[in-house]
Each structure stands twice: as C-alpha cells, then as structure tokens.
Design a protein around this ligand. Sequence first.
Ligand code: RP5
Length: 162
Amino acid sequence: MADVKVGIIMGSQSDWSTMKEAAAILDELGVPFESRIVSAHRTPDRLWDYGKSAVSRGLQVIIAGAGGAAHLPGMMASKTRVPVIGVPVQTRALNGVDSLYSIVQMPRGFPVATMAIGAAGAANAGLMAVQILALTDPVLAARLDRWRSDLSASIPEEPSDD
Ligand code: RP5
C-alpha cells in the first residue's frame, strides 16, 4: 500500500458523516489516507500517542474534526508540528458555532487551519490537504489543477428553473 500521508481524525463515530466528505475528496484525487476516532476527552492517551508518532510515521497533514467542546484539533496541534486542518462539526444545540469557536481561537504559537462548519468545511479540508501535498508532488498538482478546472467548467453561466 502507498504511504499514508494524511490522517483524518475525529472525536466520535458521530462525526464520520461529516468527515467522510474529506475522505471522499482524498479518494477522488488518489491520496492515501487513514481515518481514526481520537477523542480529546474520551481517549486522551490515544490523542497523545497519535500526535507523538505523527512525524515518525510520515504523516504530512492531519485533518481533525470535532463538535461542541471541540478540543481535538488544537490539542493535536500542540502535540505535533504536522499541519492540522480543523473541521468544526455542526452540533444540534449550538449549530456548530461552539465547534468553530473552540477550534479557531488558538493561542499564538500553535495554529490550526480552521475550515467552515460542517460538510463543506470537511470537503475543503480534504482539498487543502491535497493542495499542501501538491506543493512537492507534480503529478498530484496536475491532477488537482484538472479537478479545479473541471469544477469551474461545470458551473453554468446562467441560472435555470430546475
Ligand atoms: C465531540 O462530541 C465529538 O467530536 C462529537 O462531535 C461530539 C458528540 O459526540 P457523541 O456524543 O456523538 O459521541 O467530542
């Protein structure tokens, strides 16, 4: 199997319906990834081990999604220099604004690249990961360029009724 360079982690099984949007983008663009449930609160030792071994395992980007008191992306960023892209999962009680604020307000020194709330944010996290890897992978860069121009070409110039 090709080297896994992207890790998708999430706080709970319930986050997967959102985070699979990132997985779908990585699949579409042929980027090998792993996906794991790693909770800052329920499995803190798993979080620590994942962050501690991220560099030595060759991960180059970590996409971390969580909802509510969404501490996973920030804690992961504190544990590894591998870039962390945060995805605020939409919550029922506060609509994901809680997740967004929990992820985006990092203290100076330990950044998390924070995406939009929900599915669009997860898909964009996948794309951002591909963009980072494409900086040093010309084949992937060409594939991404094609993907982007196909998307642009699919947008009609005029709106229709259906
Ligand atoms: C967070 O709590 C998770 O990231 C999830 O978004 C939220 C709710 O988790 P469950 O109660 O559905 O497991 O830790």
